[in-house]
Design a binder for this molecule. Sequence first.
Ligand SMILES: [Zn+2]
Length: 115
Amino acid sequence: MDIQAVRTHLLQRRDELRNRASRASADLRHESDPLSADFAEQVTQRENDDVLGAISHSAQAELRQLEAALRRLAEGRYTTCSVCGESIEEERLAAVPYTNRCRACAESTRNSIHG
Ligand SMILES: [Zn+2]
């Protein structure tokens, strides 16, 4: 597995997410789009704010996972399952780049959550 390529990809993704999160929060502060005096227009703006809040929230949640993945990369633990210590399958990391669990551990966690 090409760790350097993974790292480059994660860093690019981090920039994207940071831009998206900061654009959404700038829009939420209505820096370039002050709240309208018209009530109907305000309702539309509030709805838009809800969407922006969700975008900003999910970008920040992904950023946290991404930072954790970058930390594991820096520490040489990126491909090591944090539960059982075995290697995480390459195709699993390709599909779920932020995961810290191998497939077996991810599945057993999921099963235990659902009883
Ligand atoms: Zn495992």
